[in-house]
Design a protein around this ligand. Structure first.
Ligand code: FES
Length: 499
């Protein structure tokens, strides 16, 4: 019987995304068996796959890494010796069991042959003839067993290698899957994969990341202060922030399904840096403490309090997958205390900021990822859209993600290179940069909104299958929303954020 592989692992083996492979399953190009695909079917669907093709995947990953400016925790991507030894041991045990089974079948066949030989000596002609025919059939079948195609051998070898390098986590009841690289904790790997798993301190103190191991083997990566009861330990409960996966595991864990399930938090973060991609736009990067990460959904906002100034609400421009790093885009507004302060910070690398939140409903839900997504950003309204796009791409959506970024001529697209890098890295991502005449207030006229709508209709003739996310100043966002509604788009397909 052909080996079954999870969709995540199969996608990685053939150098595609999970979303792209899921789409081919939905299209009936490859069968799936309870979320798994047969290795033989995979070889037929991707006949040209070879070990060297993984270099393409690595290249794409490097581009993604660069495009996202992700700052990793500094941990090595390679598993530690103990984890490696456990994985090699597991594979060796599997091999030993497989050899034992093969040897048992071989003994069984020898016994069958000798039984048939005995029957051929039977006094009844019918029995002897039937035994002879059966013996000939068995000999034919044994000598005509299917052999592995080179591509299947290649896939099995790659799969074994991948199982040593990374373990897979299957989450119930959601059915989400992700890979744990190196010695990453289950929580870190889940967040990097875009899952909204329950957690609090990410440091072994609060117990909010408690989950239950259903099958597989974990390894504790840190001692934790939170005490699990004996009964919990007995039933397989563990802390996701303090354990890594040694083998492929199935875990029962809580995940937030919508923004209402994310608790309000208050965190003191540090200014990591302030960049100025344009004289009139500041990109503020904050880092939360190791023991207190902000839990939020892509597209949400927080209140920032800095240097005693009144709290200032801003959309988060980074993705929840980006570890403890938070990013905000601030347009220059002379006379605005907050803007003035940030623009005077220049390249400051320290300073405390109080964060309260998250808030807002400008978020992607799981069902949105099954539909083409159109993002319309006006100027620095790009910030929450950047977060949403990073999240969607991180979840490997196979549907089209199209960004229309309208920017005033005087300012341009301050992170245009990053958008072009996304377009290079992802087949499913399209980027349209639009320059508009701007007024001093950085608002956009009717003309721009109408032109944008005409462009959108010309490029997406059936908007009814899409979800549209619009973010920017009140006037163009409201105008664009009303044009979309007049054109028959359902209100449930339009998401707006005044930024
Ligand atoms: S997140 Fe607090 S113990 Fe794991």
């Amino acid at each position: 019987m052909s080996r079954l592989l999870s969709v995540s692992r199969a996608a990685r083996l053939v150098g595609t995304t999970r979303g792209a492979l899921q789409k081919r399953i939905r299209n009936g190009e490859i069968a799936s068996f309870e979320g798994q695909v047969k290795l033989t079917d995979l070889g037929e669907l991707y006949p040209d796959v070879a070990m060297e093709d993984t270099t393409m995947l690595e290249r794409v990953e490097q581009i993604i890494e660069r495009a996202f400016h992700q700052v990793r925790s500094g941990q090595s991507a390679a598993p530690d010796m103990q984890t490696l030894a456990s994985r090699v041991t597991e594979l060796s045990n599997e091999l030993a069991n497989a050899k034992f089974e093969v040897s048992n079948y071989s003994i069984l066949i020898d016994k069958l042959k000798s039984k048939l030989r005995a029957l051929q000596q039977d006094s009844s002609v019918e029995v002897a003839t039937a035994a002879t025919q059966l013996t000939e059939w068995l000999a034919y079948e044994l000598s005509n067993q299917p052999t592995l195609e080179p591509v299947q051998e290649e896939l099995i070898a790659s799969d074994n290698l991948l199982r040593i390098v990374a373990a897979q986590v299957h989450v119930v009841p959601s059915g989400h899957e992700f890979l744990v690289q190196g010695s990453d904790s289950v929580l870190d790997a889940a967040l990097s994969a875009g899952l909204a798993m329950d957690y609090g301190c990410s440091n072994g103190n609060c117990g909010k990341c408690k989950a239950r191991l259903v099958s597989g083997e974990l390894r504790k990566t840190r001692n934790h202060d939170y005490v699990l009861t004996e009964a919990e330990k007995l039933h397989g409960y563990f802390l996701c922030c303090s354990n890594s996966a040694v083998t492929d595991v199935v875990v029962e864990a809580n995940e937030a399904h919508n923004e209402n399930e994310i608790p309000l938090q208050r965190i003191t973060a540090q200014v990591r840096k302030v960049d100025f991609p344009h004289d009139d736009v500041a990109v503020l990067s904050l880092k939360t403490p190791r023991t207190q990460r902000l839990r939020f959904m892509a597209g949400q906002s927080v209140d920032l309090t800095i240097n005693g100034l009144p709290a200032h609400s801003l959309p988060i421009a980074s993705c929840p997958c980006d570890d403890r790093n938070l990013q905000f885009h601030i347009p220059r507004k002379n006379g605005d205390e907050f803007s003035d302060y940030i623009f005077e910070l220049k390249n400051a690398s320290s300073g405390a900021v109080t964060i309260e939140g998250p808030s807002g409903h400008f978020v992607l839900h799981e069902e949105d990822l099954q539909r083409p997504l159109i993002f319309v950003a006006y100027d620095t309204g790009f910030a929450p859209i950047k977060s949403l796009i990073e999240h969607a791409l991180n979840l490997e959506t196979s549907e089209l993600v199209h960004l229309y970024w309208v920017a005033p001529k005087s300012r341009g697209h301050y992170l245009g290179n990053m958008c072009r890098a996304w377009a290079d890295a992802f087949d499913s991502f399209r980027y349209s940069a639009i320059l508009a005449n701007d007024s001093k207030e950085m608002e956009f006229g009717h003309e721009t909104v109408d032109t944008l709508y005409d462009t959108l209709i010309a490029e997406h003739n059936d908007l009814s299958v899409c979800d549209v996310f619009v973010s920017g100043p009140d006037r163009p966002v409201t105008q664009f929303e009303s044009i979309l509604q007049q054109s028959g788009l359902n209100a449930s397909q339009i998401f707006r954020q005044i930024a």
